[in-house]
Design a protein around this ligand. Structure first.
Ligand code: ZN
Length: 216
């Protein structure tokens, strides 16, 4: 899942208006930001298998540190704890923890059973909605549109940048989503892991958007 996670980040602004969209995006997408780094470091592995699911041609056969349920609970607690340490904002910290966890829950809906419950275990979960391209895209589009709408309702632009930075961010995310599902399988694993790091751009972009919008 890609754009749906950003939908969750957008939506959280309605509950935690004092937390920057950049932080909310970072939390919602945290384990997918960690994943390419761990792959590049040789700690996690995947392979390209065309047709592995009807939507995503990747076999995530080894990603216990970024995507096992137990580790995601650890990351969620750490992220919320760190935020609380710096900002002393209890509800914001809770929302950040829940966002980190939301990534696993949303992945659970679309992944085939490849999400480990804990590192080293053969117990793996996933409902496999990726095998229904229409269903998984509807879910992602719905999450994204709903989240975007909530963010729009929770904030107002301080200036023209506050409007255009947000529209261009949403449009760019939507374009990447369409490219992800319409492109042929990627050339090799290294290319996937390297380009995965470009997602940091969206985090920085979200900080920029949020700086130019005020909570309502
Ligand atoms: Zn993921």
């Amino acid at each position: 899942m890609f754009i749906g996670h950003f939908g969750a980040g957008f939506a959280a602004k309605k509950i935690s208006p004092q937390v920057s969209l950049g932080v909310l995006f970072l939390a919602a997408q945290f384990i997918d930001l960690l994943w390419p780094l761990l792959v590049l470091a040789g700690a996690e592995h995947f392979r390209i298998v065309p047709g592995h699911t009807a939507t995503v041609p990747l076999d995530f056969y080894d990603y216990p540190w970024s995507h096992s349920l137990v580790m995601v609970l650890v990351w969620a607690a750490a992220a919320g704890g760190l935020y609380f340490l710096f900002r002393k904002n209890r509800s914001g910290a809770l929302v950040i923890s829940l966002l980190v966890l939301s990534h696993w829950v949303l992945d659970f809906l679309v992944h085939i059973p490849d999400l480990p419950l804990l590192p080293g275990s053969d117990l793996k979960a996933g409902l496999g909605l990726w095998n229904s391209p229409a269903g998984s895209q509807l879910l992602e589009a719905g999450l994204f549109a709903g989240g975007f709408w909530l963010y729009l309702k929770a904030t107002q632009p301080r200036n023209k940048t506050g409007t255009w930075s947000l529209i261009s961010l949403a449009a760019f995310l939507a374009v990447i989503q369409v490219m992800n599902i319409t492109s042929p399988p990627p050339p090799d694993e290294l290319a996937v892991a390297v380009t995965g790091n470009l997602q940091w751009l969206f985090i920085l972009w979200a900080f920029w958007v949020d700086r130019n919008r005020n909570p309502i």
